[in-house]
Design a protein around this ligand. Sequence first.
Ligand code: HEM
Length: 402
Amino acid sequence: MDAVEIFTELATPAGRANPYPLYAALHEIGEAMILAPGAVVVIGYDAISAVLRDPGFRVGDEDSFDQDFPGWRDNPVFVQGMDWILNLNGPKHARIRSLVARTFTARRVADLAPAIAKMADDLLDAMADRGADGSPVEFMNDFAYLLPVTVICELIGIPQADREGFRPVARDLAQVFEFTDVSSLPAINAAAVELLAYFTGLAARRRSDPHDDLITDLLAVSAAADGRLSDGELLHNLTLLLVAGFETTTNLLGNGLHVILQQPQVAAEIAGGFVPAAAFVEEVLRYDSPVQLTSRVGYETKIGGVRVSDGDAVTTVLGAGNRDPRRFADPDVFRPTRTDGGPLSSGGGAHFCIGAALARLEGGIAFPKLVRRFPKLKSAGEPVRRETFLLRGFDELPVTVA
Ligand code: HEM
C-alpha cells in the first residue's frame, strides 16, 4: 500500500478502530509524506517534535479561517475560539497563555489531589452499588466522563449546584475539536452561547465575592491596571479550559481501562504497587493516545525529508509518532516499565498541553483506586469505540465489578 491508500484505509471505520497496523505501514515509508498538493502528514517522532517546536509552523488562526471558512464570524463558537490560546500565534498567544498559566499553577493542581481522590471514591461507591449483584456497569458514563468534568469544575470554581446542568452543554461544545460537518454547528454554537452567558454571570459573582479558585485568580489578572487580559479573552479561555480538560482525560481513563481489561496482569501489578501508577498512565498516553493528531500551517522548509510550502496544511499524527520504531523499542508492546518513554500525547513547544499535569494526576489517582477496589473487574461485553479519529476513546466500556 502507498501512503494515500493507507490514509484512505485510516478513514474507514475499521481503520479508525485500530489505526496502529496502518501507522506501522506508514513508518516503513518515511517520517513525513505529501498526501495531496498542499497536504503534508508527519508521522515520525523526531519530525513531529521538530514541527511542534518550530514557531515557523503556525496554528490555524483568524487569517487561515478567513481563507478556508469565510463565514466563520457568523458562528459564536469560532468568534470565541479565535481567542483560545489553542488558536493563537506569536505575541498574543504568549501573552494570554502566560496569564492563564499564572493561575493554572502546579500548586493549584497538586492541591486538587484530595478532592480528586474523594470524587473517585464516590464514583467507585456508586459503581459498586450498581454492580453489586453482578450486573454490568458502564465505565465511560459512570466514571471516565464524570471524574474529569467534575475536576475541571472544581478547578475553575463552578459551584456544585451548577455542575449537573452544563455537563451535556460542555459535551456539545467539545464536538468543535472534531468539526467536519456544518450540520453539527447549531448545537456547538448554542453550547458556546450558553457557556459564555454562564461564565459571564459567574465572573460577575466572583468579582463581588472572590473565592480561592481559578476564575477569581483570572479576574485578578484581567483587572490588572495595564488591562492585560480583556473580558472576552478571559471568558473565552475559560470555555476552552472546560472543554479541552475533560473529553481528553475521559479518554485517557477509558483507554487505560481497556488495556487493563485486555491484560489483567497489569491490574494486579498496579494494585500491588509493582507498576507505579504514573508509569502506567505515561504508557497509556503513548500506547493509545487520547489525542491522535494536531495540525499546523506550513512555511517554506523541509521536514522528515519532505518539502513543505507556505500555507500547506501540516498534520502531525501524534498517535503514530508514539509508535515510531525508530524511537521506541517494541513500539506495539504495552510496557509501563519501559525506560524510553516520552509520548507526544501532550504536544510540544509553545502549545504544550497546559493541563498535562492535571490529566496525569487524575489518572494516577483513579487507576490504583479502581483496581484495588475491584479485584474482580472484568469486561462485560464488546467495548464501543467512538467514531472520532482526532479524539480517540470509547463510547461504552461495560464491566462487571463483583
Ligand atoms: C490526557 C488528557 C489530555 C491530552 C491527551 C491533551 C492533549 C493536548 C495536546 C496534544 C495539546 C496541544 C495541541 C497542539 O499543539 O495543537 C493540548 C493543548 C492544550 N490542552 Fe490538553 N490534553 C489533555 C488534558 C488537558 C486538560 C486536563 C486541560 C485543562 C484543564 C487541557 C487544556 C489544554 C489547553 C488549554 C491547551 C492549549 C495550550 C496552548 O495552545 O497554548 N488539556 N492538549
